[in-house]
Design a protein around this ligand. Structure first.
Ligand code: B4P
Length: 191
């Protein structure tokens, strides 16, 4: 299997580049943000709880997200691999992901780290907020999401760098240009 984590700050293009990875390498996309938004839309108990965190730009508690992922990884039989989008977001989630995959004799093979400067991140998310009306794409929540990213999520870079699988990608430019840099890294793994 080929298991890729797509990593970066809010607005770095994780969702956009995940779609391209899924298309090119035939992988299964698991976006915790999308899964949680679907739960909110469906009005489930999990969705109601997740909404209280997401609308403030905070992370949903680790146990909840880890449980969801564990269920989904277990359910997928013969697939080529996963693109994990927006997961892991804390060191505890990073450790849990490693263990979950190891149970199935698998591992994370690459962590694609999309680097985008803060001003560009804020511009992208404000623009999306205007178009899609996504509730957490307003200035106050974006600022809180970025703070959370720096304190809770960014330490995962060192976690994966130490394992030799962190791939730094310049995340500013056209979507296709950025994907070409990602492809270069992934193709060396596939060969
Ligand atoms: P997510 O849905 O993962 O949202 P995000 O990190 O804010 O990034 P998003 O996916 O929206 O943006 P992307 O980088 O694709 O999470 C939302 C919330 O759910 C979190 O804040 C948290 O509360 C909760 N949550 C999710 N996962 C969790 C977890 N594991 N643990 C705990 N809580 C969790 O950026 C895309 C934007 O940039 C788009 O508008 C796109 O059009 C634009 N864009 C992309 N590429 C571009 C380019 N090259 N140039 C210009 N614009 C570009």
């Amino acid at each position: 299997m080929l298991n890729i984590v797509i990593f970066g700050a809010p607005g770095s293009g994780k969702g956009t580049q995940s779609a391209k990875l899924v298309e090119k390498y035939g992988l299964k996309h698991l976006s915790t943000g999308e899964i949680l938004r679907d739960e909110i839309k469906a009005g489930t108990e999990l969705g109601r709880l997740a909404d209280t965190y997401m609308s403030r730009g905070e992370l949903v508690p680790d146990e909840l997200v880890i449980d969801i992922l564990e269920g989904l990884i277990g359910k997928n039989g013969h697939i080529k691999g996963f693109v994990f989008d927006g997961f892991p977001r804390t060191l505890a989630q990073g450790e849990a992901l490693g263990k979950m995959l190891q149970k199935h004799g698998e591992d994370v093979h690459a962590v694609v780290n999309l680097e985008v400067d803060e001003k560009e991140l804020i511009d992208r998310l404000l623009k999306r907020g205007e178009i899609s009306g996504r509730k957490d794409d307003n200035r106050e929540t974006i600022e809180s999401r970025l703070k959370v990213y720096h304190t809770q999520t960014a330490p995962l870079k060192e976690f994966y760098r130490a394992r030799g699988i962190l791939k730094k990608i310049e995340g500013v430019g056209s979507v296709d240009e950025i994907f070409r840099s990602i492809e270069k890294e992934i193709d060396t793994l596939v060969k």
